[in-house]
Design a protein. Sequence first.
Length: 131
Amino acid sequence: EGKLMVLLVVPASIESFVDMDELKHQETDSTITIELPGIRLSPVLTMIDSAKVYDFKRWGLTLVARPYTEAIQDIKDGVAQAKTNVAEKAVINGIIERSENDLKDWIESTLRGWTKKEIIFAQIQKLENEK
């Protein structure tokens, strides 16, 4: 037994994507109406190889003494909670909206090379877990 006196900082990332097979469209003589698929988020990727460990002794901070096995479980629980926090922060910081806008811009710029019709974007499909 001993005191666990370190801070583990693990870089993490998350990406957004869409399934373009779910894209729907309707075309008239003057318009193309597009219903975009819902934006999805990848699982959070943690980069354990790039983790940094900071020693709390220098700052005068100490944590409660824990058996080694409990400390390992605490680290696993902390990483799991961090993954949840990263996903929540990504949504709060606008990853869905930015991804929707980027997708609209990409589709519009692609279609502009092929058609002069007005491009209309219908309500984006919402995924079950985002409603």
